[in-house]
Design a protein around this ligand. Structure first.
Ligand code: NDP
Length: 327
């Protein structure tokens, strides 16, 4: 097997030289419940930047893989599964690391969606937004990082629920993409002179639900323009992930108090939501079939290019889900 490992702890934006490929033999005999798999595609996700896994082991993460051999009655040779095997070509996987059979719900051409809209980012958008924000028809929803894997789905789910949807993202091409998905107003946070003014212009009646992918000052500016009894889902704070200095932002407590806001964080692959994965897959698949959710991916080819895809995603090169196709 081959795997990618980091050579040292990341500092700032990861560099290609922070990674190396390691080859090693893999013991093919399986314990009960285990499967042996060969990678098909690899997901590059922001949490990999901040999760403190040590150098030397395979970089952590989700992949879709083909079952080569099985000692688990749920999976047969030839099946495609999504599992948490990391950036590794041949994996021995325990039952607890396997999420679901991907070939049950996706065709071969769409298999990369197994780590996207039907995988962790899709479930993050579905459960994180609907459960934590409790959107109501006619309300205004704000999503930052709105052209990425999670954000682009949150915006579309908000439209399905009859909300007005405001987004922000880092390029004009991404604005056009978000508009094509049905976002009502979108601004470019990199080129606006004043974030409070841009938010006011796009959401003149204030914000009822805020799905926060970014954190920092941008999030504070949004929270300060929320309506009474507004809900905030704290999904991520990517503006801080590569930062070498502590994160800064105006205080939000006065707005939290006076507007009686509710702010809640969540981690999608924990007990609260993980058992509900089949429900999320079913609903998202249905919406895709009905044309209510459009899926876009930025695909990089080749196992050895996984670090490049990861760094590109952190730098904002991706539109929709960033994924690496290996086989
Ligand atoms: P994306 O597909 O959105 O890719 C990351 C994007 O972040 C980039 O394309 C870039 O877009 C944007 N970005 C990078 N740096 C900054 C910055 N300094 N300020 C603002 N935006 C920045 O990633 P995901 O959809 O996979 O993840 C989105 C968020 O959701 C992340 O914060 C992630 O950690 C979180 N997450 C949380 C989960 C949970 O369980 N709570 C699960 C999955 C994801 P742009 O061009 O717009 O800058």
């Amino acid at each position: 097997t081959k795997y990618l490992t980091k050579t040292k702890a990341f500092e700032g934006l990861p560099k290609l030289s922070d990674f190396k490929i390691v080859e090693e033999d893999i013991e093919e005999n399986l314990a009960d419940g285990e499967i042996l798999t060969e990678v098909v595609c690899i997901s590059v996700d922001p949490f990999i930047r901040v999760y403190p896994f040590p150098p030397g082991i395979p970089v952590i993460g989700f992949q879709v893989a083909k079952v080569l051999a099985s000692k688990n009655e749920k999976y047969q040779k030839g099946n495609l599964v999504m599992h948490f095997g990391g950036w590794k070509t041949i994996c021995k996987v325990a039952d607890s690391s396997c999420w679901y059979r991907v070939d049950n719900v996706l065709s071969k051409e769409d298999i990369t969606q197994g780590v996207g809209v039907l995988g962790m980012p899709g479930m993050t958008a579905y459960f994180g937004f609907l459960d934590l924000c409790q959107p109501k028809e006619g309300e205004t929803v704000m999503v930052n990082g709105c052209a990425g894997a999670v954000g682009s789905l949150v915006g579309q789910i908000a439209k399905i629920k009859g909300c007005k949807v405001v987004g922000c993202c880092g390029s004009d091409e991404k604005i056009a993409f978000a508009k094509s998905l049905g976002f009502d107003e979108v601004f470019n946070y990199k080129t606006e002179k004043s974030w409070p003014e841009a938010i006011k212009r796009c959401a003149p009646n204030g914000i009822d639900c805020f799905f926060d992918n970014v954190g920092g000052q941008l999030a504070s500016d949004i929270i300060n323009q929320m309506n009474t009894k507004g809900r905030i889902a704290c999904c991520g704070s990517i503006s801080s992930y590569n930062s070498k200095t502590p994160m800064q932002g105006d205080i939000v407590q006065p707005a939290m108090v006076s507007k009686q806001l509710k702010m809640e964080g969540f981690v999608i692959n924990e007990d609260r939501f993980k058992p509900r994965h089949p429900e999320g897959v079913k609903q998202m698949s249905q919406w895709i079939k009905e044309g209510k959710i459009k899926v876009r991916e930025t695909v990089t080819e080749g196992f050895e290019n996984t670090p490049k895809a990861f760094i590109g995603m952190l730098s904002g090169d991706n539109i929709g889900k960033a994924v690496v196709r290996v086989n």
